[in-house]
Design a protein around this ligand. Structure first.
Ligand SMILES: Cc1ncc(COP(=O)(O)O)c(C=O)c1O
Length: 396
């Protein structure tokens, strides 16, 4: 070992072995690369259009009204009331805002606090892959061993036997994400029931990330796992304001869970972050009560963007997997003849001027995503048109 290598190894021994086990977020790294190369950022899923005026006004008003100190650690009551009301209105599930809701700093923290609240050494969590990249580090940091189960293109279905085999004595939970990032899959009632039966048989939780619940296409329906018979008391529903109200920078999310799990989640949450921004929680209480027309328009605007992006990608030579929900398109890039997804993504950002996410970042084994890259389309027409112009220079 050379002297610098020895020094680096010594420095690493001073650090957490857990933190050594995962890399920085590839998605967030792609945003930094997009800025460096002046590329159109179709990597990270944040809208580049305005958030709803009334939601922004409510936040301004809350600051003027001096709602500027810590909210109750598990969330301001008006927001918890609005979360409970909305869950009942949209999914028919009644929850107690006093004992079953924890407001967190984004659904990211809600997922982490939930995992840390329920995981013990030796516990396993079942994770569908491709998966939203946070779930890998979430498992490592909470101490869970992930058991991966493939969603297979083009429809991203899973093999029931493979899923059943992933459950066992040590299974503490399955992580579900519907509508799904990165595939756009919306789990059907039959699929959810199959998962439900396994959770019941093995006495496992389902932690379900439903952050794209309102972004649905072609008649797809979102069904919350908590709604299924037998799941009300073993489901932790993670959700947030980021995607539904186009406020990803606000960092307001929540976990809905049965009372015992909620008290564990609340303790972890309190010592991790104390609480989400108080004035933004106040605005959340208004946002969650927006009329149905708001959600209808959100979905129809996204359908327009999805169709536009599908057309752009197809005419640039990509093989696309049409999403039924969320705002991403997974593509197969084999035709372009690059050795793998990372080299192709590098070429796209540096030479073509479009940032995407390499498919490997959604898989445990990078080889499984070596032919895929993910585009997001939560962007203005101006951004999509700029991407179209740049992608037209590609030769498949
Ligand atoms: C599936 C999924 N869950 C959670 C998040 C992050 O949500 P939040 O901004 O509420 O932390 C994202 C963001 O892209 C996501 O795609």
């Amino acid at each position: 070992m050379s002297t610098p290598e020895r020094a680096a190894a010594a420095a690493r021994r001073m650090l957490s072995a857990k933190a050594e086990k995962f890399t920085e977020s590839v998605i967030r790294e792609m945003t930094r690369l997009a800025m460096k190369h002046g590329a159109v950022n179709l990597a990270q899923g944040f809208p580049d259009f305005a958030a709803p005026a009334e939601v922004k006004e409510a936040a301004r008003q809350a600051i003027s009204d001096d709602i500027n100190q810590y909210a109750i650690t598990w969330g301001a009551r008006p927001l918890r009331d609005a979360i409970a009301e909305k869950f009942e209105r949209t999914q028919g599930v009644r929850v107690d805002p006093e004992r079953e809701i924890t407001v967190c700093c984004g659904s990211t923290e809600a997922m982490m606090s939930s995992m840390m609240g329920i995981i013990n050494p030796g516990d396993e969590v079942v994770v569908f892959e491709p998966f939203y990249e946070n779930y890998g580090p979430d498992a490592i940091l909470s101490g869970a061993t992930p058991r991966f189960v493939k969603l297979r293109p083009p429809d991203w279905t899973f093999d029931e036997t493979e899923l059943a085999r992933a459950f066992g004595r040590n299974t503490k939970a399955i992580i579900l994400n519907t509508p799904n990032n990165p595939t756009g899959k919306v789990f059907s009632r039959e699929e959810l029931e199959y998962i439900r039966d396994l959770c019941v048989a093995w006495n496992a939780f389902c932690i379900t990330d439903e952050i794209y619940e309102h972004i649905l296409y072609d008649g797809a329906k979102h069904i919350s796992m908590a709604r299924l018979e037998g799941m009300r008391d073993r489901t932790i529903t993670v959700n947030g304001m980021s995607k539904t109200y186009s406020v990803t920078g606000w960092r307001v999310g929540w976990a809905i869970a049965p009372p015992e799990a909620t008290s564990a989640i609340r303790k972890v949450h309190d010592f991790l972050t104390v609480g989400a921004a108080a004035p933004l929680q106040e605005s959340g209480a208004l946002a969650l009560r927006l009329p149905q027309s708001y959600y209808d328009k959100l979905a129809s605007d996204y359908r327009g963007r999805r169709d536009r992006m599908l057309a752009i990608l197809e005419s640039a030579g990509f093989d696309v997997f049409k999403p039924r929900g969320a705002y991403y398109i997974m593509t197969d890039v084999s035709r372009f003849g690059y050795p793998n997804d990372v080299s192709f993504s590098k070429y796209l950002v540096e030479k073509i001027g479009v940032a995407v996410v390499p498919g490997s970042s959604f898989y445990n084994d990078p080889r499984d995503g070596a032919r895929q890259v993910r585009f997001t389309f939560c962007k203005t027409e101006k951004t999509l048109a700029a991407a179209e112009e740049r992608l037209s220079r590609l030769c498949a």
